[in-house]
Design a protein. Structure first.
Lengths: 199, 471
């Protein structure tokens, strides 16, 4: 996984709440057996609408998505994270994330930054008033910054310590767990014999 | 202080604990890892790239469900991309020594129907799958939750998962469900009350007399939809109903092992002095047939109600959400739900595709006809369910009523196979999600119980069995 420290990129205001993973990428796009190429399915239904935010040139090269509450609810498909990354997003900002989506983001290297509802509202206003405005997200200090002057937004975001550390270091979870292999073996030896097996 | 059921199961699976002040997650051992074709290929690729093996193929089970056709299942899959994905699972299962129930196998079916019916889903287990409806298995008192593909790879390689300890919530369901009101109506009512994020961060225990009175099928329906209100998992304490269901199934313990297992399972209840982080109460007696009008499972009303007016929502984002949902659904505020005409009725899915569900549907359809202009699709959750239903003559009842009787799979629940809605086509569906485009691009979904689905098929508009003429 690529390490993440800070990122500055164009902010994309997605004025919607309850963006479930079926909206992020519909099921018919999940048939690939690779981790790449999913950008064609990103927000597939909405991208037919010429007015959709990513169809506007000022936002189309965006890399920081700003969405309403309950982003990434529903299906466990990690393809939703890959689709955002494949498109070019490095960060999603929302007041609340679906649990599985947030976990998948941490594992795949997409920063899911949780902020107050008010911060999202201010970012939306700022990004719509000045299309192409960039947002800087600093994982070392867990802060974000956008715009200048009286409308500038500068605030903290939430991300648990463990995920932050892994993202900063770009660490592979499996390698970390395998350092505890002796503990796993010890656990396996004391499991009851009546637990079911598939083979 | 005592422990809740969820805490007991959690603690029994601790390989490593970070301790009370540590920020490192706990490392949990996984008793059963279920796999299907959609969320596993990249995980196996990751193993190959890193030169890793599957640590416990004997605790892993694969089935083909999301992508498979429900007609001509003895033929090669027509869609080449779907076929490649299914063939990739077959290759991976072969290479890594994993048991696979492929299309055509008698044990094939939806992963969350297959695990319980094989008796592999048991109380007190940890069960994961790259599918959010893994919470279904919580009906047996297992801690079961959906994971992403990176986590699938992690479990394949280590048989463990690093997890932050969740908070616990009790949903106390008092009273008794009225006639023709099902577990589905109960859980849809709950989700509308809590909203799609109401359970976020919690493992939920459903308890109380109305839960204890449910069959295993009903309990699975309730636990299945835990994710739809944001909960990490939902579970129900095992009891005699659970043991009766499990006894004699191929994966269940036998003889002395059975006695040892049951003795342990009896300890898997929330202690009297345990504290939940949150508790909510719901009166089952007040629940009526319940349907959704919007584009998330929390946008529902009683069938006797009407499409709500977006202006009536206090919260601004709920107002905007309701407005967008009505536009997408092609509905006008104030329209009585019973006047909404439906093009397709889908009975099936991991929520309502079990034998009990098909029996309920058939009992209502028997001697009646599907309304003109309405299509009824009945898709058993597994091959075993289909064969059992056919033994009981349920397929004949469905076909004589004018419905289509299909092979096992996820089918129209998510429309990855050819079973999809056309744009603007409206369905009454016993599945779990009414998201935009979930059942096909532009398709409009109303989530319903099995009795409502069957009655709707007969009348052509959203209906309950009480609306049908007596035979």
């Amino acid at each position: 996984m690529e390490a993440f420290t800070t990122h500055t990129g164009i902010g994309v205001p997605l004025r919607r709440s309850n963006v479930d993973t079926d909206q992020i990428i519909p099921a018919v796009y999940l048939k690939r057996v690779t981790r790449t190429g999913f950008e064609d399915g990103l927000f597939a239904a909405w991208r037919n609408d010429p007015g959709f935010v990513l169809n506007q040139p000022a936002y189309s090269a965006g890399s920081v998505l700003v969405a309403g509450p309950d982003f990434g609810t529903g299906s466990s498909r990690e393809h939703a994270v890959w689709a955002l990354q494949n498109y070019g997003f490095r960060v999603v900002i929302s007041p609340r994330f679906g649990d599985i989506f947030r976990g998948n983001s941490g594992n795949a290297g997409l920063l899911a930054a949780q902020v107050d509802d008010k911060v999202v509202l201010r970012l939306w206003d700022l990004l719509e008033a000045g299309p192409g405005t960039t947002i800087t997200v600093d994982l070392t200090t867990r802060t974000l910054r956008a715009g200048d002057g009286p409308d500038a937004v500068e605030d903290a975001f939430d991300l648990d310590d463990y995920t932050r550390w892994r993202l900063l270091e770009g660490l592979d979870d499996i390698a970390l767990t395998l350092t505890h292999e002796a503990d796993i073996t010890a656990y396996e030896q004391k499991r009851p014999s009546w637990k079911p097996a598939t083979l | 202080m005592g422990k809740t059921l969820a805490e007991k199961v959690w603690d029994e699976h601790l390989v490593r604990s970070s301790g009370p002040t540590g920020d490192e997650p706990d490392l949990l051992f996984i008793d059963l890892h279920l796999i299907h074709e959609v969320t596993s290929p990249q995980a196996f690729d990751g193993l190959r790239l890193a030169g890793r093996r599957v640590r416990r193929p004997d605790l892993t089970l694969a089935t083909e469900d999301h992508n498979v056709p429900t007609i001509d299942w003895d033929q090669p899959i027509k869609d080449p991309v779907s076929r490649t994905q299914v063939e990739t699972l077959r290759r991976n299962a072969g290479e890594f020594g994993i048991r696979l129930h492929a299309l055509g196998d008698i044990e094939q079916g939806i992963v969350h129907v297959v695990g319980p019916q094989l008796g592999l889903t048991q109380p007190g287990m940890t069960i994961v799958c790259g599918d959010s409806h893994t919470s279904t298995h919580g009906a047996f008192g297992a801690l079961a939750f959906g994971i992403g593909t990176s986590e699938v790879e992690h479990v394949l390689a280590t048989q463990t998962l690093p997890q932050q300890r969740p908070r616990t919530m009790a949903v106390n369901v008092t009273g008794t469900l009225p006639a023709d009101v099902t577990a589905k109506d109960l859980v849809l009512t709950l989700i509308t009350q809590t909203g799609t994020g109401g359970g976020q961060g919690y493992v939920v225990e459903y308890r109380g007399p109305a839960i204890e009175a449910l069959s295993m099928e009903g309990r699975m329906t309730v636990c299945n939809m835990s994710i739809e209100w944001g909960a990490k998992a939902g579970l129900i304490a095992p009891d005699e109903t659970t043991y009766r269901y499990l006894s004699g199934r191929p994966g269940a313990p036998q003889g002395d092992d059975w006695d040892a297992a049951v003795a342990h399972w009896r300890t898997l209840v929330t202690d009297d002095d345990a504290q939940f982080d949150q508790e909510i109460t719901l009166d089952a007696s007040a629940v009526t047939p319940f349907v959704t009008w919007g584009t998330n499972p929390g946008q529902g009303v009683p069938l006797s109600g009407a499409v709500p007016d977006p202006l009536g929502f206090e919260d601004a984002s709920d107002r905007v959400g309701a407005q967008k949902a009505l536009e997408y659904m092609g509905l006008e505020a104030g329209t009585p739900m019973r006047e909404i005409a439906v093009d397709t009725v889908f009975v099936g899915s991991c929520t309502n595709g079990r034998i009990e569900d098909l029996r309920i549907a058939a009992a209502i359809l028997k001697g009646r006809q599907v309304a003109e202009g309405t299509r009824l699709l009945v898709v058993p959750g597994s091959v075993r369910v289909r064969l059992q239903a056919e033994d009981e003559g349920l397929d004949v009842i469905v076909k004589e009523a004018g419905g289509e009787w299909r092979g096992a799979g996820c089918s129209m629940c998510l429309g990855m196979n050819p079973d999809q809605l056309a744009p603007r086509e409206r369905s009454a569906s016993t599945s779990n999600r009414n998201f935009e485009g979930r059942q096909g691009k532009g398709g409009r979904t109303h989530l319903v119980s099995v009795p409502v689905a069957a009655a709707t098929a007969v009348r052509g508009t959203l209906s309950s069995p009480a609306d049908l003429e007596e035979l």
